[in-house]
Design a protein around this ligand. Structure first.
Ligand code: BMA
Length: 336
């Protein structure tokens, strides 16, 4: 049985929010922008690259006018310059909007996973680019699936992605969404799907768990962030939206290097829980932390980028050894 209410949550002491937060917001964007968040980030050709989600409104707290993906570059991963126009949008009779990009560099090419709302369901897409101007869409899943992230290298000769399908009917007609993994010979055809971990495995979730940033390789395993969602029916308004009863936290785990569907160790408390002012107030949906990018520096510093309150983009840092030391618990816990 999942708990009906999770209660207060705090962030781990090993991670620090960057004093420059938010590192990107609508005021940094030279075209129509309102909510700038849930970015994918990677190091590519000597620079940090960010592709961010931009929901633009006719006026603040007004009506959603559209969604596109913007592009920003940085030399230090902290200060960003947004280019003059959005880099990606998918809108036509069938496709409504692409959003929540995640970037992974594999063999020198940059791959972008994204969610795609369509008139017939929610699809997960994978595109490739070499210049962030031209994108080739390589695959689109059947509905409903999203939050795909690619591992940065082939494992056992196959490309691997984490993903979060939406099994509504078979999980009791409610949100009970888990994290899965699929394999591909070519990034177009996906199969050999397996469950990686479920809502029941995360003590700070009672609603859904999904992939966050693409995994980072360490000698001990794939260091992998995830998002965990709890719902509390007693929560009130919590943002511009009429009512917002969910909370999104970031978790951390380690996956086996050769069998990435095996969780070697999981931290059973949140890595980041909403606490800072830009996470808990003033946003479209407060209490949301949604990581989409993780960079491991040569110094051992890990930069974790996350959307906050579905409104701005933020950065938190930790040492890789401290993150690995958190990933100790078995996936299945006798208490749940
Ligand atoms: C998820 C996605 C994310 C969003 C989050 C919190 O389902 O829509 O884009 O950040 O909800 O609203």
């Amino acid at each position: 049985m999942l708990p009906s209410v999770i209660g207060p949550l705090v962030s781990s002491s090993v991670i620090q929010r960057h004093p420059a937060n938010p590192v990107l917001s609508a005021k940094d964007v030279p075209y129509q922008a309102t909510l700038v968040y849930n970015a994918g980030i990677c190091k590519f050709q000597g620079r940090y690259v960010m592709v961010f989600r931009n929901d633009f409104y006719d006026k603040p707290e007004g009506r959603l006018a559209g969604v596109n993906l913007g592009l920003a570059y940085s030399d230090d991963g902290i200060h960003w310059t947004v280019t003059g126009k959005p880099c990606f949008a998918m809108g036509d009779e069938e496709n409504i909007r692409a959003y929540d990009p995640r970037l992974t560099v594999i063999d020198g090419r940059c791959y972008m996973c994204f969610a795609l709302d369509t008139r017939h369901g929610l699809r997960g897409g994978i595109a490739v680019t070499d210049d962030f101007e031209n994108f080739d869409v390589l695959s689109l899943s059947v509905p409903d699936n999203r939050n795909m992230v690619l591992f940065p290298e082939k494992i056992g000769g196959r490309y691997i992605r984490l993903e979060r399908p939406f099994p509504v009917y078979s999980r009791g007609g409610r949100d009970r969404f888990d994290t899965w993994l699929s394999c591909s010979p070519d990034l177009a055809y996906w199969g050999d799907s397996r469950l990686v971990f479920a809502v029941e495995d995360v003590p700070f979730a009672n609603n859904k768990v999904g992939p966050a940033a693409p995994p980072v390789k360490t000698p001990r395993g794939w260091l992998t962030s995830f998002h965990a969602v709890d719902l509390d029916p007693d929560r009130g308004k919590n943002g511009w939206e009429k009512t917002w009863k969910k909370r999104y936290t970031a978790g951390i785990m380690l996956l086996d290097l050769d069998k990435p569907w095996e969780v070697i160790g999981m931290c059973k408390t949140p890595l980041l829980a909403p606490e800072a002012p830009y996470e808990i107030s003033g946003g479209l949906r407060n209490n949301v932390i949604f990581p989409g990018g993780m960079v491991l520096e040569d110094s051992g510093e890990v930069k974790l980028y996350y959307g906050a309150a579905d409104t701005v983009e933020c950065l938190a840092t930790a040492h890789v050894d401290d993150l690995l030391a958190l990933c100790t618990s078995p996936r299945k816990d006798a208490t749940r």
